[in-house]
Design a protein around this ligand. Sequence first.
Ligand code: HEM
Length: 480
Amino acid sequence: MVSILLCLFIGVLSLYLLVLFVKENFRNKNASPGPLRFPLVGSLIQIAKIHPTQPYVAFTKMKEKYGDVISIKLGSVDAVVFNSCDVMEEYLTKTEFSDRYCNAWMQERTFQKRLGIIFGVYPDPWQAVRSYCLRSLREFGYGKRSRMHSAIQDELTEVVYELKESIKENNGIHYFDTCFTISTLNVLWSMLAGRRYEHSDPNLLKLLKIMRKMMESCNFGNSFLLAYPQWKDWFPDWTGMTLQRNCFKEMNGFCQDFIDERRKIGVYETNPENMVDEFLAEIDAHKEDPNTLYTDQQLIAIMNDLFMTGSEASICYPFCRIFTGREMHASSSKLHYVRATLAETHRMATVVPLMGPRVAGKDSFCGKYFIPKGTYIIGNMYGIFRDKVHWKDPDNFRPERFLDDNGKFKSDEWLKPFGFGRRACLGESLASMNLLYYITVLMQNFVFLPVPNEALPTTEPIVGVTTGHHPFRALLKCRT
Ligand code: HEM
């Protein structure tokens, strides 16, 4: 009797799975091509088989079989991968693809609401919040050449001093870990909060470490919580949700403490000194409005967004790629060559391998392919930066590809590290200026060499939302 029941159960289950399989794979004849979708896991197994930890590598490989627009299923989530620059340029700039994909897991960071800039709802209130932040940051120097120049210069002076001290004590060898992260953050924080941090500030270092851990525990390609967001409350420890929640708590606490401090000081009422002060004045002015945009939670979400992007997607990783095992020669200091090196570094390092998540805001078409409303849209930046047809030898680090016959820098329309359309990076001017100044000043002051008798630092990234570098040692010689 038991075995009959068991057989019946297996039979019914198999039939059910077969129906699901057929339904998934023959749903829409206008859907773009893609790997088979299996019940429960979707296409996750095929992605993991190509590359278990770097989904963007898998999407790039799949392009050879399925083309520029690929339909996939990540566990329970329907997704489409855009795999070419032309497709991203044409479609990610459209209104219907300008909102972010944001499930319950992603909203954990911002009080289970869609607050801040990165995940703000398009068009409103995202537009209002982003414009407000840009205007206010500009008032305190953001995007202004001279103000940003002097803030970056101050940080650089300190970095060069610290490097010189460190190599004096360690026979020329320096251990690169978070050295550049804090100085980038400081430039942004000086406009946002009127404050800079000592590079050895223990609280900040702790916060940065927690944040890196959190970023490593998720990515926008094959994260478990992305594929099965409902599991976050069933198995919070196992899925990494507990670790992430701890990080959000620390980060939000850090921002709230600062807000409380500024409120207590009170100058925001008469003479705001930074973006946080201005925002506090808006909170007071809109106190009676039940639909106000200006709340403590909104401000925390904005600070959180900028802290994360300003410290994570900054310059550390590209720099490490430049330094790894290379001696930059005197000729490298020529500006055109420096710019070409930076462009090549952006391409090879691909700090943001999968763009900020987008969503199809309504039933749409991408060329002849139908994309239903709510589909998660993945912009595979890594795919366009490693496209074999466009770059010919994408795995070689070759700055010369960005130089014309006269040795002048030439840009390439396939290199768009800051994204597309209205949702493109808010920090582009800061990040670009920072990169150019850092590489120029560091190369003027030091020669970077591999440590003798030591293996070269790995160029394998630490994968997460952004790609990080493994800490490494380099031999530095001061230029006289
Ligand atoms: C090498 C450095 C950086 C790179 C490569 C980079 C790249 C990107 C990319 C690809 C996006 C998604 C764009 C899209 O969806 O089209 C983005 C968004 C964003 N970035 Fe950056 N970023 C960098 C540095 C920064 C810095 C320093 C800041 C801080 C000011 C920043 C703030 C932001 C914000 C707030 C967004 C969300 C924009 C929105 O949704 O409206 N980024 N970034």
